[in-house]
Design a protein around this ligand. Structure first.
Ligand code: AMP
Ligand code: MG
Length: 410
């Protein structure tokens, strides 16, 4: 396997192979959960006209300032009505929240500070000139970049785009990810498990992880540990933007994945990362296709995805928040020693005495998915850690959310 890469070196190698995918235009609602494919510029201003921020009376601020406290109410303006006739000096318009200010007035006195009898308005408490008016263009001006290229479009972002009249928006094309499980022992869900066989779970976890990274999974099934079958299915997988195979990348006699990748023209980036789990990760490229062979053990496969594949899928979409957020946390329990590899341990985080502490979620064998399902974080214990009592300070990756800052991996 040669020299094992550090986590950082492996991430750098993967990201340097990424070229962002082209943009496509989709209807606004279809852009939800995707990344802006270009800077999105507003063609409209928000608000589009001066309007009242309160239910109240619109009048001239200078008249209030000069001491005038009684006004004649000459017009009533509900939201949605445009009044073109100017309000005369000494007069006021009764106005509702969001209604356009008529010409001549610049200030709104909230209804709570007034009383009205017939058309006679009395102001009990003055406000500053200009108060309670939302100015045209004060939120967004025409030509403002409302969404920079690469921004993730969530509910607020889609709402903002709707507010400036965007009905079709550029988004990055979703990376198409071929998911292939390898192993003659694997049985798909729904079929009986014979002696010596196990269920395929990696295709399921990968499917979820790929979707969670805004990409499009394509399930290519299971390749038996047979050279021809592996070749046929990896060849089909190479028609995608990203290939994600699991299993068959170790040093076993039937581990054909690396050999087949290379036969099919995949240029090796690296094979082997100094982490536990996840050591035999094989990465390469063919043309613009990124090719990942993650280890077969279910937790190793998931951790490899989190550390290397997720950032790549986000970078393909032009995203800049490639990483999971992290915290520095103390261990709530004694920390077992590590050997020559950095260990990512499944854990749960909690707040204690104003700081973060983590507790591992049980046995850390790289096949034990249950401790992954129970976890909300991965605690990184550096290589060569001698073991320690509870406490200390470790980088803990959160298994949710996104951040532009790469965690400080040991
Ligand atoms: P491998 O990396 O192919 O040597 O596989 C390592 C371990 O992971 C073996 O115990 C496999 O049975 C198991 N494994 C491989 N692929 C899968 C899969 N798709 N789902 C669940 N377990 C798997
Ligand atoms: Mg195998």
């Amino acid at each position: 396997m040669g020299a094992l890469l550090t986590i950082d070196a492996a991430i750098d190698a993967v990201l340097s192979a990424v070229a962002p995918l082209p943009a496509e235009t989709v209807a606004l609602l279809d852009a939800l959960g995707r990344a802006a494919g270009d800077d999105i510029v507003s063609a409209e201003q928000v608000p589009s006209f001066d309007n009242s921020a309160m239910d109240g009376y619109a009048l001239r601020g200078e008249e209030l300032r000069a001491g005038l406290r009684t006004f004649r109410v000459t017009v009533e303006i509900p939201a949605g009505r445009h009044v073109a006739t100017p309000v005369e000096p000494g007069a006021a318009a009764k106005i509702m929240t969001g209604a356009p200010l008529p010409p001549g007035v610049d200030t709104v006195v909230p209804v709570e500070l007034t009383s009205q009898a017939g058309d006679q308005l009395t102001i009990h408490e003055a406000v500053e000139p200009g108060a309670n008016v939302r100015r045209a263009g004060e939120d967004v001006a025409v030509g403002d970049v409302v969404m920079p290229r690469g921004a993730w479009l969530g509910p607020a972002e889609i709402g903002l785009l709707a507010s400036v009249g965007a009905d079709a928006v550029p988004v990055a094309r979703r990376p198409r990810v071929a998911i292939l499980a390898t192993g003659s022992e694997l049985v798909p869900a729904g079929e009986p498990v014979g002696p010596g066989q196990i269920r395929n779970s990696n295709s399921y976890t990968a499917y979820g992880q790929v979707l969670g990274a805004g990409a499009e999974p394509a399930l290519l099934g299971i390749a038996r540990d047979d050279l021809d079958e592996t070749r046929r299915l990896i060849a089909a997988a190479l028609e995608h933007d990203v290939v994600l195979t699991s299993g068959g990348v170790s040093v076993g006699e039937f581990d054909f994945v690396k050999q087949v990748q290379e036969e099919l023209g995949v240029v090796r980036g690296f094979w082997g990362v100094a982490t536990k789990p996840g050591k035999p990760l094989a990465f390469g490229v063919r043309g613009r296709t990124l090719v990942f062979g993650v280890p077969g053990n279910p937790v190793a496969a998931m951790v490899s995805f989190e550390l290397y594949i997720r950032p790549a899928l986000l970078a393909l979409q032009g995203r800049r928040d490639l990483y999971r957020p992290y915290v520095a946390a103390a261990s709530a329990e004694p920390v077992e020693r590590t050997k020559e590899r950095t260990e990512a341990r499944r854990c749960r985080l909690e707040r204690r005495d104003g700081g973060w502490v983590f507790t591992t979620t049980g046995p850390q064998g790289s096949g034990i998915l249950r401790s992954m399902a129970l976890a909300d974080g991965l605690a990184f214990i550096p290589a060569g850690h001698p073991g320690s009592r509870a406490g200390g300070s470790f980088t803990v990756l959160l298994l949710d959310g996104s951040s532009e800052e790469r965690p400080p991996y040991p």
